[in-house]
Design a protein around this ligand. Structure first.
Ligand code: NDP
Length: 469
């Protein structure tokens, strides 16, 4: 697995149905990916169930040591993994993109390995003695989207393994190679059968959710699919963690220095070319600083090169697939039609073979424009002017999702007061979207439920058991 070619060879389909994988930057066919069936899923579940008891019987320290060795293997394979990711997902090698994502996998594994979840003595008062234990759920299903296909998979897989579970993972059909490549490297270290990948489209995910052998489904994806998962899991009362869509607002107060915050705003909105669940997707800027913030942001945005991922100069890439390109295109056209002002971008080459949508800033857009109220999940940021802070808070809260939000101000205390009024699972102050393996992360409203990361994340892939007496 020391080269891109060897890694691709290791995950090449061994027969059965396949699907061509195209580079989203060029349309070039880069490999074929297997398309699994429900019979393949059944075999994966059986393998995982056979491997799980011996893994759960290991000590916590032994499981942690194994996770650290998995992190070593991923670190050693950074370049080939980053190349698979770049060619399939489209994100550049450079910048906060493919190498960064592989590095995050390493960091998350090590942090998860270092986080203990000890038994808690909840009452010991002479009359009652009660302990709370966290047992493995057995088999965890990990269903992931195409935007950060390796990092989000690790977010689900690492805690599941740490707590003594086996895993069946289903990557998005758009990023199958990335899921398979990551697992292939991890499986150089992990015991046989513990981590399995099934590929295919939503029907395989649906079959997983309906299968009673899964004790827990970890899902990251759209709110629409999340709702289907809730329905499909009801029959078995399967436990769920749902990290769903977002439409994060940022509120900029009049006391900011526009130059000083411009780069933070840019990466908050445009990391991974805007294809990030907790990216800044609507920016509300006070009238006093509006023109200066827009100008400073445009200056930063103009300097960020977009192009083919393997070119080290680029820090922004194409949209991963045509469906997402069409969403961004439709929403920007809706904003233009309403009379909004396009400050930058907004004119894609629709005939080009790659799915590039230029970095786009749309100013003086109405608060109820589709580009504002729908999730664009791409490189087009609407910037809304406000005069009354209460109104900005109301607009920020006026959607049915609540993953992240941010407040930008020179006055931290004031920013924290506003943060408390925002309906979002995380509110950042003077930054947007940064996550940390020890800081719990999850949404409110239709952005889902359950927490990932840190101790809360370990609890999410365990079943509590009280020993009383
Ligand atoms: P989807 O919901 O379309 O797909 C996510 C995963 O679910 C894919 O693996 C998909 O398979 C699978 N799937 C599809 N249908 C079903 C089903 N009925 N039952 C079980 N699994 C199914 O999301 P996208 O991949 O399009 O990702 C983009 C969305 O994800 C955005 O809305 C974004 O906001 C959200 N997201 C949320 C994050 C968070 O942490 N809250 C992080 C990242 C993204 P297949 O693709 O093969 O059809």
């Amino acid at each position: 697995m020391d080269t891109y070619e060897n890694l691709l060879a290791a995950i090449a389909p061994a027969g059965g149905e396949t699907r061509a994988v195209e580079d989203p930057a060029t349309g070039e066919r880069i490999a074929d990916a297997p398309v699994h069936t429900t019979a393949d899923l059944d075999r994966a579940i059986t393998r995982a169930q056979q491997a799980q008891p011996a893994w759960a019987a290991l000590s916590d320290e032994e499981r942690s040591a194994t996770l650290n060795r998995v992190a070593d293997a991923i670190e050693a394979a950074t370049e080939p993994l980053a190349r698979v990711l770049s060619r399939e997902q489209g994100k550049p090698l450079n910048g906060p993109n493919a190498r960064f994502e592989v590095g995050a996998c390493v960091g998350w594994l090590r942090a998860t390995a270092a986080t203990p979840l000890p038994t808690e003595v909840v009452v010991d008062d002479g009359e009652t003695y009660a302990e709370l234990h966290y047992r493995p759920v057995g088999l965890v299903g990990a269903i992931t989207p195409w935007n950060w296909p390796m990092m989000i998979a690790i977010w689900q897989i690492a805690p599941a393994l740490r707590m003594g579970n086996a895993v069946v993972a289903k990557p998005s059909e758009h990023t199958t190679l990335s899921g398979l490549a990551l697992a292939a490297v991890m499986n150089e270290v992990l015991p046989e059968g513990l981590l399995n990948v099934v590929t295919g489209a939503g029907d395989i995910g649906a079959a997983m959710v309906a299968d009673p052998r899964f004790g827990k489904i970890m899902f990251t994806g759209s709110t629409a699919t999340g709702k289907k998962i809730i329905e499909a899991s009801a029959g078995n009362v399967t436990r769920l963690t749902l990290e769903l869509g977002g439409n994060d607002a940022g509120i900029v107060l009049p006391d900011v220095d526009p130059q000083a915050i411009a780069e933070g705003l840019f990466w908050g909105a445009f990391i991974n070319t805007g294809q990030t669940c907790a990216a800044l997707k609507r920016l509300y800027v006070h009238d006093d600083v509006y023109d200066d913030v827009v100008a400073a942001l445009a200056e930063v945005a103009r300097k960020m090169p977009m192009g083919v991922g393997l070119d080290e100069a680029n820090v922004l890439g194409p949209l991963q697939n045509r469906m997402q390109f069409d969403v961004v295109d439709r929403l920007v056209e809706a904003a233009k039609a309403s009379g909004a002002r396009v400050v930058l971008g907004g004119e894609p080459d629709r005939e080009a073979p790659g799915h590039f949508y230029p970095t786009t800033l749309v100013a003086d857009v109405d608060p109820d424009n589709p580009l504002v109220v729908e999730e664009q999940f791409g490189p087009a940021l609407p910037i809304i002017r406000y005069r009354d802070l209460d109104e900005a808070v109301e607009l920020a809260n006026g959607v049915d999702v609540g993953l992240g939000a941010s407040v930008w101000s020179a006055d931290r205390d004031r920013a924290r007061e506003i943060a408390a009024r925002l309906e979002a699972g995380t509110v950042w102050i003077n930054s947007h979207g940064g996550v940390h393996p020890m800081v719990p992360f999850g949404g409110v409203k239709k952005s889902g439920y359950g927490l990932e990361f840190g101790v809360e994340g370990l609890k999410a892939v365990s079943v509590p058991q009280v020993i009383n007496g």
